[in-house]
Design a protein around this ligand. Structure first.
Ligand code: HEC
Length: 200
């Protein structure tokens, strides 16, 4: 059955498409030329040009490898992290002032009992760690700031652990408040003085 005369299969060319009709004709089959939009062509060619540049830069010239780019980003991140840690570990007088009172000392005593007792003993009279109730100091220099620094960073070579990443910032200031309150109180049965005498 042939339907070559069927109206449905006949070429319909709209009036405004006439100019698109290509002049070849295969057994009655005509072809319209609908070129791709210019923005599409532009992206297509731009992608090819980009790919050539990309290939030359990364494969032939000395463009960084993924591993090198990762290393660069990684060390940048580490640097930022160090800076952040340094900033975070800095003594802040206002945070100390907020706990330098009776309540802070009481709470600080709890922090001390829970963390510092094994080495500094009851009331800070000293055992493995030095007596904290005299006016002799090994690493700290009696001021809240220097006490804070040794509590935060420790003095690891001599057996004082760093607490900066163990305790919360508040707990550290509370402990400093407690230690500041017991200095120069000369607890009975305290360990013999160690370090340098600091008169205030
Ligand atoms: C594992 C034992 C140990 C623990 C636990 C410990 N310390 Fe120490 N601490 C030491 C030693 C040892 C030193 C002396 C460090 C040195 O000689 O450099 C010290 C030094 C100090 C100093 C400086 C004293 C000075 O004379 O300069 C302070 C302040 C201090 N500790 C506070 C604390 C606080 C607060 C805690 C609890 C959060 C604590 N320590 C927990 C062992 C310890």
């Amino acid at each position: 059955m042939s339907n070559s005369n069927n109206e449905d299969t006949k070429l319909h060319v709209e009036a405004d498409e006439k100019h698109l009709l290509l002049d070849h004709n295969y057994d009655g089959i005509h072809e319209l030329n609908h070129p791709l939009p210019s923005w599409w062509n532009f992206i297509f060619w731009a992608a090819i040009v980009y790919a050539i540049g990309y290939f030359i830069y990364f494969q032939i010239m000395s463009g960084p490898t993924l591993r090198e780019e990762f290393k660069k980003d990684y060390s940048k991140t580490m640097l930022l992290q160090d800076e952040y840690k340094k900033r975070n570990s800095m003594y802040k007088p206002e945070l100390y002032a907020a706990v330098a009172n009776d309540e802070g000392i009481k709470k600080g005593a709890e922090v001390f009992v829970n963390n510092c007792l094994p080495c500094h003993a009851e009331g800070g009279r000293g055992d493995i760690g030095p007596n904290l109730t005299d006016e002799f100091w090994i690493v700290a220099k009696s001021t809240p700031e220097t006490i804070y620094n040794v509590v935060y960073n420790g003095s690891e070579a001599n057996g004082m652990p760093p607490w900066g990443e163990v305790l919360s910032s508040e707990e550290i200031y509370l402990a400093v408040s407690y230690v500041s309150s017991i200095k120069n109180t000369h607890i009975k049965g305290g360990k013999a003085p160690q370090g340098e005498k600091i008169d205030e």
